[in-house]
Design a protein around this ligand. Structure first.
Ligand code: SAM
Length: 228
């Protein structure tokens, strides 16, 4: 198996694509939500990280059913894979998309030799999402790009900035603005990347607060908590 993976790696398959190739048949059978429609199941399983997307799907259902009031925010958009999923599942909610749309910013630590995520643009993301209603692009350096949203309320916040400073800044900005029962996801919590940047930021932020993180066994180790 590892030789096949090495060979696929040389052919340009990343980890998510390989997981999709090897595990989609199994995942699409046992994926934990028995009442899903065929379209919903496909939307979750075809992402390459069905545990992550399945968990987000359940959170969206809970937001819709309760209902929990407030907009959605995605911090770290890149090409818009998660943005399209969020908007496709609940298109009536306002969705704010925060990104430089040209990769990491040198003001954040551990970024000078990290050239990932530059190959995107606002136009590309909007084209990929398709329906632009209720989408608000916030292009620029976070937290500066949140200026003017102080009165907004949120029901779900996806934080996927990868680096310590913007992850902590996003927690500080959104936490007081999330409705009771609302969800905050932090991607890469269980990832050692940038000296465990995301877990350091979330642990520092939640210290002394009543909420505790729940760890998700998805591809990059997300964590989530619900606002009390
Ligand atoms: C891992 S990617 C996001 C992937 C996306 N959430 C997905 O699921 O497909 C991280 C993104 O965060 C953005 N980013 C990192 N630090 C930022 C900051 N301080 N301000 C704005 N965007 C930032 C990068 O430009 C990059 O596109």
């Amino acid at each position: 198996m590892s030789r096949i993976r090495d060979w696929l790696g040389q052919k340009g398959f990343n980890r998510a694509k390989m997981d999709w190739l090897f595990f989609r048949r199994i995942a699409s059978k046992w994926l934990m939500i028995p009442y899903l429609s065929k379209e919903q199941r496909r939307a979750i399983v075809s992402t390459g990280d069905p545990i992550r997307y399945g968990t987000v799907f359940l959170a969206l259902e809970e937001i819709s059913r309760s209902p929990i009031p407030g907009s959605f925010a995605e911090c770290g958009v890149y090409k818009g894979a998660m943005s399209k999923f969020l908007h496709g599942m609940l298109p009536d909610r306002q969705l704010f998309l925060f990104d430089t749309f040209r990769g990491f910013d040198s003001r954040d630590s551990d970024t000078h030799s990290d050239a990932r995520f530059r190959d995107t643009s606002v136009e590309r993301v909007l084209r990929y999402i398709g329906d632009k209603s209720n989408i608000q692009i916030r292009k620029g350096y976070f937290p500066e790009s949140a200026a003017g949203l102080e009165a907004e309320r949120f029901s779900l916040v996806m934080i996927d900035f990868d680096k310590y400073e913007p992850t902590l800044a996003a927690l500080q900005f959104f936490y007081p603005r999330v409705s009771p029962g609302g969800f905050i996801f932090v991607h890469d919590y269980s990832s050692p990347e940038s000296d465990w940047a995301c877990s350091r930021a979330l642990n520092a932020f939640l210290s002394g607060k009543p909420e505790k993180p729940v760890l998700v066994p998805d591809a990059w180790g997300s964590a989530l908590f619900r606002k009390l």
